[in-house]
Design a binder for this molecule. Structure first.
Ligand code: PMP
Length: 359
């Protein structure tokens, strides 16, 4: 079997060791004669998995003890609704920093429920840079300030978090969580869909500070209710057991890679290799201000877009898959999440060099 290098933005490549373990125990999980996806989420084996995975994630990210860690469903998109609906009072403003496609979506969803103040929008900068914090239009009464740590389409990443502390920080970390250390204590709420660095789509990680949990109004629908989900250990209803199980294996894999700090070092090297190659060539270009360049998603264009189709076809023939940029921005994009080995980035860079010479 020949595994390709999968540069898709999500669902994304998973560590091969994790896939092999999942395969090996698929029919007979823990010697129980059944698969984890057939087992009861209320049974001792699954409850132990759930508790262990939460402990592992807490260790990996140094999550303060008083924060709750939830495994929810509905993807990051449901969090676009859950945060404004349950963390702001009716009529209370919510602040959004927009640095790309996903932040814009999050703000549009919030605007269906609460008055949204756009603190700043990087659209005028082509989402190639982040508007300077001195120019932000913030609201003293805002329930929170939301931003997107890594804009997956544009390849623009904010790290460390902004200095702003006039309202709790709420952050969409879908395409950055577990890729580098983060100061969790700076945040009120962090959420991330799984299908980039955590596991298969279907489980959504939520990390929330106790005072924000306290804001959740009585009568909030159960599936959106951080307080009840926390109290029930994320078992208010049937969780996405298989994605959660795979995520639990990924957490162990991350620990074995030297933890988040070890992966950050590798991710920095991978991104550097690719950006250096792009910057050293007139044939390829990445438009993002180097200060804000993402370690996870590297968009690039070819000098002659007429060559795009051939680039993609030839790349696929060589086992380099998923390089087409998002339809909203065009061009190419290499997503190089945790599970993309350095060999994969090396193979991409070699291919890019050969393609340029042959063009
Ligand atoms: N936020 C970001 C930064 C994303 O990259 C994505 C998915 N690509 C989403 C939100 C939406 O996630 P989901 O499809 O799980 O709702």
């Amino acid at each position: 079997m020949n595994r390709i290098f999968n540069f898709s933005a999500g669902p994304a490549t998973l560590p091969q060791a994790v896939l092999e373990q999942a395969r090996d125990e698929l029919l007979d999980w823990q010697g129980r004669g059944l698969s984890v996806m057939e087992d009861s989420h209320r049974g001792r084996a699954f409850v132990e998995l759930a508790e262990r995975s939460e402990r592992d994630l807490r260790d990996l990210l140094s999550i303060p003890d008083d924060y709750a860690v939830l495994f929810m469903q509905g993807g990051a998109t449901l969090q676009f609704t859950t945060a404004p609906m349950t963390l702001a009072r009716p009529g209370q403003g919510v602040d959004y920093l927009i640095t790309g496609h996903w932040g814009k979506k999050a703000a549009a969803e919030a605007a269906k429920l609460r008055p949204v103040r756009v603190v700043a929008d990087g659209e005028a900068l082509g989402y190639r840079s982040v508007p300077s914090e001195e120019e932000w239009d913030t609201g003293a009464d805002a329930a929170y300030l939301h931003y997107t740590a890594n804009e997956t389409l544009h390849g623009l990443e904010i790290d460390p978090p902004p200095d702003a502390d006039y309202a709790p920080l709420v952050c969409d970390m879908s395409s950055t969580l577990l890729s580098r250390p983060i100061p969790v204590e700076r945040f009120g709420l962090i959420y991330a869909c799984a299908q980039k660095n955590i596991g298969p789509a279907g489980v959504t990680v939520v990390i929330i500070r106790p005072d924000l949990i306290e804001r959740v109004p009585q009568g909030t629908p159960l599936a959106l209710n951080y307080r009840k989900i926390a109290a029930a250990g994320s078992m208010l209803n049937t969780p996405a057991t298989f994605p959660w199980y795979v995520a639990s294996l990924v957490f162990r894999w991350v620990a074995a890679q030297g933890g988040v700090a070890g992966l950050a070092e590798r991710n920095r090297r991978k991104a550097q290799l690719l950006y250096d190659h792009i910057d050293s060539s007139d044939f390829y270009a990445n438009p993002v201000d180097p200060r804000w360049r993402s370690w996870m998603n590297v968009p690039f264009t070819l000098a002659d877009p007429a060559l795009d189709a051939r680039f993609l076809k030839t790349a696929e023939e060589q086992g380099l898959y998923g390089l087409k940029g998002h339809r909203a921005v065009g061009g190419m994009r290499a997503s190089i999440y945790n599970a993309m080995p350095e060999d994969g980035v090396q193979a991409l860079v070699s291919f890019m060099g050969e393609f340029e010479r042959a063009a």
